[in-house]
Design a protein around this ligand. Structure first.
Ligand code: SF4
Ligand code: SF4
Ligand code: SF4
Length: 381
């Protein structure tokens, strides 16, 4: 099996939106192609040193589409040359708020990003806003751009973060909005966390884990009944169902063995941190700066902050998570969700109860599907 590494690359720290819960500290910094070249040579040299076969770059911002399509075309070409010279494979994935999308992007999205874009929308939208405007205009522009992209054959994956309004309207209305009204066939719901320091970020339903768990369970039921048979994919339910059905799958990073082993983020200034949730929001948690080192591997190896990330799973296994039935699946959950709630890396994820509820539901669903398949085979013979 090929060894793989993920780089979350913030090509610009500028954004054309002003979401209440944004954890990015936005600046006017943009990566130049020269600096990108230096960065990629160091990252690819690290892959050679560690015998890593493949790299996926998750391009984000700020807003990644504030750099022009021609910039990405040149970046793609340059990265391919550097990767080929070292015998490495590089894949690209684009995350954008879609507000700047136009048909000018179609070629590079097809050539570089597998004709697919990941984007975000909440329902109801309380917190996503255009600069100086309210949430309604964000939704209108977003929906228009997404429809244009879909009409051009681009696959759109949506990430939604539930808020108090989402819990109030309930899972059925939420599902209908995405699937029936917007025609989205693949989306993912992420648990909110109070990243950064603005007051609005602390009003998210992170304290209401019980109600959020109920919402997740109800949405899982609706998906199993109406979405799963039609091939609609909702993360994390689809990946968990595959996991409990013993099928190969890719679970979200929050349940990885240790995200510090497989993921790193670099921002447009060269700062290196665990992921996009840390790199602009928590300067004390930087691993270092890639432009200030000759050797990226050494920066990672000698970073005291990264050492703390590496110690987290061991500490949790010895304490809070030791007797959990789902330990080998969850590994104590996500460090940033833990840190933003507890102010420490060395606690289990505050959504532990929600995770257990969802794991239990999808485990039961996998068993029922297997029993149904066995019964159908028995009838057939
Ligand atoms: S679109 Fe993303 S980067 Fe921009 S303000 Fe919203 S959350 Fe922050
Ligand atoms: S801190 Fe959380 S969101 Fe960031 S890479 Fe680790 S698991 Fe993923
Ligand atoms: S579900 Fe809770 S107790 Fe179990 S591993 Fe995850 S965080 Fe730990």
């Amino acid at each position: 099996m090929k060894s793989h590494f993920s780089l979350i690359l913030l090509s610009t720290l500028q954004c054309n939106a002003d979401c209440d819960y944004c954890f990015e500290n936005k600046t006017t910094d943009r990566l130049t192609l020269d600096r990108l070249g230096e960065m990629m040579r160091k990252v690819l040299d690290y892959m050679v040193e560690r015998s890593l076969d493949a790299l996926t770059i998750y391009w984000q911002g700020g807003e990644a589409m504030l750099l022009p399509p021609s910039w990405y075309e040149q970046a793609n070409e340059m990265i391919r040359r550097e990767a080929d010279a070292r015998g490495k494979e590089v894949f690209h994935s684009l995350q954008s708020n879609m507000l700047s999308y136009s048909s000018r992007w179609n070629q590079v999205i097809a050539d570089m990003f597998g004709n697919s874009v990941g984007t975000s929308l909440d329902y109801p939208n309380l917190h996503r806003k255009l600069l100086g405007q309210g949430p309604e205009s964000y939704n209108q522009i977003w929906a228009r751009r997404v429809r244009e992209a879909q009409a051009a054959g681009i696959a759109i994956q949506v990430i939604a973060v539930p808020n108090q309004g989402t819990l109030d309207i309930g899972a059925e209305r939420f599902y209908d909005y995405f699937v029936e009204e917007l025609g989205i066939t693949e989306f993912q719901i992420n648990t909110p966390f109070p990243g950064g320091d603005a007051a609005a970020k602390h009003e998210l339903p992170v304290a209401d884990v019980e109600n959020l768990s109920r919402f997740y369970r109800e949405l899982a039921d609706i998906w199993l009944e109406r979405g799963y048979p039609r091939g609609i994919r909702i993360g994390p339910f689809d990946a968990l169902l595959q996991h409990f059905s013993h099928e190969p799958t890719q679970l979200p990073c929050i349940w990885g063995e240790n995200c510090a082993n497989t993921i790193v983020s670099i921002d447009a200034r060269g700062y290196v941190a665990q992921c996009d949730c840390w790199v602009t929001s928590y300067p004390d948690y930087h691993y270092g700066n890639i432009f200030e080192t000759a050797n990226f591997g050494e920066l990672l190896r000698t970073s005291p902050v990264r050492q703390r990330f590496n110690e987290r799973p061991i500490q949790l296994i010895q304490r809070d998570c030791l007797s959990c039935d789902y330990l080998s699946l969850c590994h104590g959950g996500c460090p940033v969700r833990t840190y933003t709630v507890h102010g420490s890396l060395f606690e289990k994820d505050p959504y532990c109860g929600l995770y257990k509820a969802v794991f239990g539901r999808m485990e039961r669903a996998a068993l029922e599907l297997a029993q149904t398949a066995v019964a159908a085979r028995a009838v057939a013979v």
